[in-house]
Design a protein around this ligand. Sequence first.
Ligand code: NAP
Ligand code: MG
Length: 451
Amino acid sequence: MIEVVEPASAEVMAEVPRAGAEDVDDAVARAKEAFPGWRAIAPGERAKLLHGLADALGERASDLAVLEARNAGKPIADARGEIAMVVDCFRYYAAAPERLLGQTIPVGGGIDMTFREPLGVVGLIVPWNFPLVITSWKTAPALAAGNTVVLKPAELTPLSAIELERIALDAGIPEGVLNVVPGPGSVCGRRLVEHPDVAKIAFTGSTEVGRGIAAGAAGTIKRVTLELGGKSANVVFADADTEAAAAAAPLAVFGNAGQDCCARSRILVEREAVDDFMAALERTVKSMVVGDPLDEATQMGPLISSSHRETVASFLDAETRVAFRGDVPEGPGFWFPPTVLEPTTNDVRAAREEIFGPVAAVIPFSGEAEAIELANDTIYGLSGSIWCGDGARALRVARAIDAGVLSINSNSSVRVSTPFGGFKQSGVGRELGPDALDHYTDVKNVFYATG
Ligand code: NAP
Ligand code: MG
């Protein structure tokens, strides 16, 4: 059994059977058997089933939010927002079966047409930081395109995925179309990656595990989507509304206790604005409410596990000094205070590696060229923000930063209807928006000779 721990209390909240490689094989076999029937359902009928699933998830939204808040240690208000996004995601892709359009292409001697064909059985491997949201980003387009799914949630957070499987069955999604195998990545994840009957792996997680998945997928030439780590920049120019930027900056890095691939954990601030910015940041960080995820007022919960807390703490090393930090509750739970380091350079470990916890490095810069150079001086390229009073400059900088998802005068990273994914070692492929469907289908070209 897997003992599922609640991070805010450090107590076991549930036990679920731990799947092994043979359970993955069974799930793949069920998904393979279900595939011909699922792809053959008329597009309008598949759309109705997905709308039905969205409705059913909407009806269960408040219990799912509590489950997710407890299991992942995230503030209930955030968890509610995430479940709302899960519902929106299934609804958005419910429109897709009837919009998977091909082309007709002018050629000599006949008619040439293209079709977007489903891939077959797809393996989905998801992390613990946004368990059901990231599951929906993959499951919804995969099912909409006519694939069947074997989903491996993170061992630390399997509960919402197990609920999703039950809810899908109750909503009329046929048996075998969506199969959940909660088990360790090194066993169940690996088996999915190697399995000859799995056509594609869509993975979200660390760059390190992602490298192994890309290598493992090569054996059977699987399609792969990788959403990996980040070390994103929050670039603040002196002509920006520094108060607004400082008020928004904590959530851009301390949201989900910093366990966010989009965390803007490098705050690049134009040199003349550093003192004002640090003063404003200190006010907002010290007023952050860290505590019980189920309390409506909570803005930041605990970290996911005790061992992850040790990893995060290891970034406070001899190279850096803490400028200021927030408070944490007493008692059990894997608490770590929101922490801002004294202004430093881009060369320290805390500025180079993904911390995945509530630790922000402020890095001063002089002028636009240096801002771009520093923002790009990383192996990652996932997201970032630009705070700037000059619209033309903001757009110039946005075009020059090598990252997949940028926002100007805003922290936002993710919308269901727009593409999300990384440049460089932050990943391959895109999720969400219309682009995701390209990654769950192959294009088929058919020529019909008309004589
Ligand atoms: P992780 O350690 O890479 O694990 C992610 C998933 O992969 C888990 O389900 C894990 O299973 C599984 N896994 C582990 N080893 C595996 C293997 N050898 N073969 C196949 N699967 C394997 O990541 P994490 O610690 O859960 O999450 C944090 C990371 O995710 C961060 O780097 C973060 O940036 C990244 N992330 C990226 C995005 C994005 O969209 N770009 C979004 C969120 C998070 P078990 O844990 O159950 O063993
Ligand atoms: Mg991990």
